[in-house]
Design a protein around this ligand. Structure first.
Ligand SMILES: [Zn+2]
Length: 172
């Protein structure tokens, strides 16, 4: 469902007096409150170990439950995307990483709990500081895999932005 259809009433004055200015912006005619459909900023790390294997995780949550994913997640308020990626990797795998090159950003689009989301995902190269700390967070991911570069099956990854990122990065 479109987020504009979910929020029928103005969160500031409580009236239902929306006027659409364009597809991604509307204004409350009663109090002037402006509402935008902004992207949610997310990030993920392309981490290859010493044997040139990609670190992937298997999702235990929707969207794309059961498929492979790159470690990462959403930015919190006041946080930069670099810190968000490092924090999310730490939460999901217990690993400390050092970020390498920023690669590119790719817009994503999917439904979460019945509401459309518009994530904008930033991708970074990263290196693991210490693999012995590896410890999966079972609430987020059922397993952590190291996949040799030549055996990476892009179709096994569930989210469109991650598939596109791997295609671009691996030149396929
Ligand atoms: Zn209002």
């Amino acid at each position: 469902m479109d987020p504009f259809d979910v929020l029928k009433f103005c969160p500031k004055c409580g009236k239902s007096a929306w006027e659409n200015k364009h597809a991604n912006m509307r204004v409350c005619r009663s109090c002037g409150y402006e509402m935008y459909k902004n992207p949610t900023i997310g990030g993920a790390a392309l981490i290859f170990d010493q044997q040139d294997r990609l670190l992937a995780v298997r999702r235990t949550k929707e969207p794309a439950k059961g498929t492979l994913h790159l470690p990462g997640g959403f930015c919190e308020a006041g946080e930069c995307i670099e810190d968000a990626v490092k924090r999310e990797v730490r939460e999901e795998t217990n690993l400390e990483i050092s970020l390498g090159k920023y690669l590119f950003s790719i817009p994503n689009h999917y439904e979460y709990k019945g509401v459309e989301l518009y994530p904008l995902d930033f991708f970074f190269e990263a290196k693991i500081k210490d693999t012995e700390r590896l410890l999966p967070d079972k609430s987020e991911n059922s397993e952590i895999l190291f996949i040799p570069r030549r055996e990476i099956n892009i179709d096994a990854f569930g989210l469109e932005s991650v598939k596109a990122a791997l295609q671009r990065y691996l030149g396929r």
